[in-house]
Design a protein around this ligand. Sequence first.
Ligand code: COA
Length: 383
Amino acid sequence: MSEASWTKGMAGVVADATAISSIDGERGELRYRGYLIAELVERASFLEVVGLVVDGELPGPTDVAALEGALADRALPAAAQDVLARLPRDTHPMTVLAVVLPLLDDAASKERPRLGARPAQRAALLALAARLPTVVAAWTRLRRGLAPLAPDPALPLHADFLRMTRGAAPDAREVAVLDATQALQMEHGFNASTFAVRTVASTLAPLSESLAAGVAALHGPLHGGADEAAYRMALEVGGPEAALAWVDAALARKHKIMGLGHREYRVVDPRALVLRPMALDLARALGPAHVRVLETLAAIDDHAAARFAAQGKRIRANVDFYKGAVFAALGLEPDCFTALFAMSRAFGWGAHALELWDDHALYRPRAAYRGAPPREVPRPTMV
Ligand code: COA
């Protein structure tokens, strides 16, 4: 490859190959290992999607039971509990995750990855991913001035997560919506956080530290974070009747509407397509205040789509547009939304690390040099 072939932001660069997911931005298709995301969310359980992403095929009942067992060990190691108790209470949940993640390993999985040892690394991944919800729930309670609750290994992952955040069992509908939302955002090709994880994993750094790199990348507002901004926007707009004027004013001053537009998709993000009706159903079950937020978002989405189409721009809703409203309806604070993203994406990040270690190469791209020409350091002048 010639040095002249670089592009800004690596746009269009094929950096490596993966068998985990594929995106067709023109057709609005996202597939995990060949399966359309909408079909997966409709027909497979959350654990089946985890098995598919991590291991390559939809698991059978025995494998699902084994996965359930592997994800039941959610108690935090003492060092992680200790750090959580000491962190300043205004620490952002994503900073908390990045700090605590390297402390979530068992002694065995702290080892550097040994190539060819996939079962051990897979076990390490499941152990780490099982404990992230415990961290997010513990932090949610600590900063509300409440003591963290111990996990209950008898409960499914997301039922236990919601119970640990609020102290009461969630209903089945809430768990089902969280399962579906988390399945939707588990994996998405070589986005910035996944690429960060692959880069760190390629050096054979420990898995927990590779995942912490993913958390750091996801914390950036151009990656994670649009879900929170879209939700806050809906509150600011106030109601569907105000959406048209708000969209026109926003576009007139070239304001970027959060949750709209995507680098890959030129049509509606297939995940947003699944999420919109699901979020509205949940809101209807929870009450008029939630319905109003959803109807506001839907009105902004529809008005903006019409305005963009009239300008010849193919900008439609992405997954973040409705996600924040779902998480808020589940009782979570807006600055926690990206931490929930990380809880789910950890399975995807880990699958990428395992894939890279199966056919390992150190990541080391070249840079096109565009600095000063060769020159000589001036000799010191004699005095
Ligand atoms: N609201 C208003 N205008 C938007 C827009 C949005 N959400 N997204 C893109 N545009 C406009 C830009 O202003 C630009 O207009 P111009 O040509 O008149 O200058 C044009 O569309 C192209 O935008 P650009 O940012 O170059 O497109 P991109 O494909 O590189 O951007 C995003 C993709 C995601 C960065 C962009 O759409 C965005 O910032 N969206 C909001 C943030 C967001 O939701 N991020 C989560 C992504 S999953």
